[in-house]
Each structure stands twice: as C-alpha cells, then as structure tokens.
Design a protein around this ligand. Structure first.
Ligand SMILES: [Mn+2]
Length: 240
C-alpha cells in the first residue's frame, strides 16, 4: 500500500477558499505517495487529522505572524493568516513529537524553524545586508541563485559537488535557527536555505521549491521527495 501524504493548503481571505499549487500533488504521486489535501481545523482536532496520514508536506504561502517569534510586524511584512499560522504551527509541533516524516518548502520550512524557537527576517530584502535576489520574477521551473550544501543527513548526500542552483520565491527568511536544528544549505549571501532535525527520521525544510524541479526530472530534487516517501512508508510500518 502506498503511504498517505497530508498536504497543507493556503487559506484565502474567504474562509471557504483554499489554494494549492498542483505541482505538490504531482511530485508526491510521481514518487509513489497518495496525497490528500488537509483542511485547516482547530488545534484540538489536529491530532485526529494526523492519525489519518503517514507524512506531511507543508507548502509555501503567506508570511508568518512575527508575534510567533516575539517581534512586532514591520511595514514590510506581507499578508498574514491567523488560522493558518495556528494550524500549521500545531501540525509541526505534533509531527516532531510523533517523529512523523515532514517536508516543508518555503513557508513550511520557516514554520519548522519558528516552532523550534528560531526567528525570521520579516523581509530579507530590507533587513539583510547585501542580499541577493530571493524573490525571482520568472517561473519556479527555473533557478535563480546557488546554495551550498553545508550539513545534515538528507540533502548533502544528494548533491555530489556540494552546490546546486535553486529557485527562490520568498519575502521572509531564517534569521536564527531553532533548537536541535541543523543548517543544511546556505545562499551565497549567507541566508539559511535548508534546515533539518537530524535526530528525527525525516524532518526537512527547504527555502526553495524542489517540487518544481522534481516534476521536470531533476534527479536530486526527485530524490528528496522519494526519500521523504520512503520515510513515510517506514513510519507507517513502525507505528503499529
Ligand atoms: Mn532564496
């Protein structure tokens, strides 16, 4: 049986509108998982929702409320959604407690960092000294900047020369990392681009979107998702 992968969606202004880029679904299907899109439910219902799945893909989306890491919002902070922040942060907490496989991209990676006690740049462009371009104007199918693979157990073995070129579509970024968090990749301007919880089965966040490369046959990106799916199978088989 294929593993069931819960995929978070973005809630729009209207409570009844969800948005999800189909590429997440395609990439999970391609590597042998069965994706299901998760509704945003109150924190007390998250546990039962997680009982239904073998892994979580936390997708990109709105900025995270800076109150989560003890800051007042700067004018540069973008759109916030309080129900999503509450749901996503609860999911991350419980995923870590269960040691359930987790792959977060963009906002999903930032949420992993914030939940573990890290902080964010509310605006990479305005708060970093000499940032490179992190909000590309072209499609995510094409890269914009390099990253160096600097640590962790998941990503580094997949990129032989220790370096790759990634897409980039973010306003916020990791400023300080959380507890137990390993920095797995860095951009040339020093910005953290991937994090892992090394003592867990598979908990990975990438600031970029490997799913867009994976569906176009980029082997290391495909392998990131394939390894996540394998971890979900293992999790399912060992939780009894
Ligand atoms: Mn970037």
């Amino acid at each position: 049986m294929k593993p069931i992968i819960g995929v978070t969606a973005q809630m729009q202004e209207n409570l009844y509108d969800y948005q999800l880029q189909p590429v997440y679904i395609s990439a999970i299907l391609q590597e042998g998982g069965i994706p299901i899109v998760l509704p945003i439910v109150p924190p007390e219902e998250v546990e039962e929702v997680l009982d239904l799945v073998d892994g979580i893909v936390m997708t990109g989306g709105w900025d995270i409320d800076p109150n989560y890491y003890g800051e007042e919002p700067l004018p540069e902070t973008g759109m916030l959604n309080f129900e999503m922040d509450e749901f996503d942060s609860t999911v991350v907490k419980q995923v870590i407690a269960r040691d359930m496989p987790f792959f977060g991209t963009c906002r999903g990676m930032q949420m992993l960092n914030v939940v573990t006690g890290g902080t964010l740049y509310q605006s990479v462009l305005d708060q970093m000294d000499h940032p490179i371009k992190h909000k590309q104007d072209h499609g995510r199918k094409f890269p914009v900047h390099h990253v160096e693979l600097v640590g962790g157990k998941i990503l580094q073995p997949l990129f032989e020369n220790g370096r790759t070129r990634v897409n980039s579509s973010h306003n916020q970024g990791v400023k300080t990392v959380g507890d137990g968090v390993t920095v797995a990749a860095k951009a040339p301007d020093g910005l953290v681009e991937a994090i892992e919880l090394e003592d867990k089965r598979f908990i990975l966040g990438t600031q970029w979107h490997p799913e867009n490369f994976a569906v176009n046959g980029h082997e290391p990106s495909r392998e990131i998702i394939a390894e996540f799916i394998r971890a979900a199978v293992e999790y399912r088989d060992t939780r009894g």
